[in-house]
Design a protein around this ligand. Sequence first.
Ligand code: DGL
Length: 270
Amino acid sequence: MDAALPIGVFDSGVGGLTVLRALRASLPHESFVYLGDTARLPYGSKSPGTVARYALQAARLLADRGIKLLVVACNTATAMALPELTVALPALGIAGVIGVIEPGAEAACLASHSGRIAVLGTEGTIRGGAYTRAIFARRPDAEVVGRACPLFVALAEEGWVEGPIPVAVAREYLGTLAAHVDTLVLGCTHFPLLEAAIAAVVGDTVRIVDSAATTAAAVARWLAANGLAAGLGASTTTMLATDGAERFARVGSRFLGVGLEPASIEIVDL
Ligand code: DGL
């Protein structure tokens, strides 16, 4: 395996750009190929079989481009497809796969004093219970409350992340949560954009964490352990999407924190 190969990053759409942002910040010498499956978003309301099939197709496309490591930036795809992706790795010629749920659980366990933790995610992520299992594996005494917050995805995509509407939606989903937990993990790529509205509802006694920084740290550990960290040199980021270059660039710029041009997004077919 060539250490100069890029890292593949996959998400159902633009949300995973929050993870790519953290990866680029902490691994400035690495190159990335990001694939957002915008044609089939959202994954959060789909069945595990369908999401696993989509994730395998995405992994195959990224493998064909030549990647050393696959980062599944999508919480739903991690929850529903990580075992299938792990089994498929040797056939795809990718050296490893890292999802966002183990790092998210790690962040939550590090932050929580009481062990009472809330996980916010899509319907599919919460229903599958992968976060709960990952938290229990680290902290068997934990009490985990899962909340599906699907409207947060639409609000983040629309850019409605401040003001009365997101706060009202957050109150509906999370109103009584602060009394029961000391830590809340944003178990969905889109939710970091709504952190201020969520914090306004749960108050400052609840710590809010997400998986972006801990995923970047897990990737750095994996690269070092496998001797596959890129040498010093110019890094590149290639952006692929399955639909809508203009929308991907417009909405994605907010998630990445850097302006994207539609012309720099390559549309691909899975
Ligand atoms: N990327 C998804 C996740 O992190 C959210 C959007 C979707 O439902 O596809 O769960």
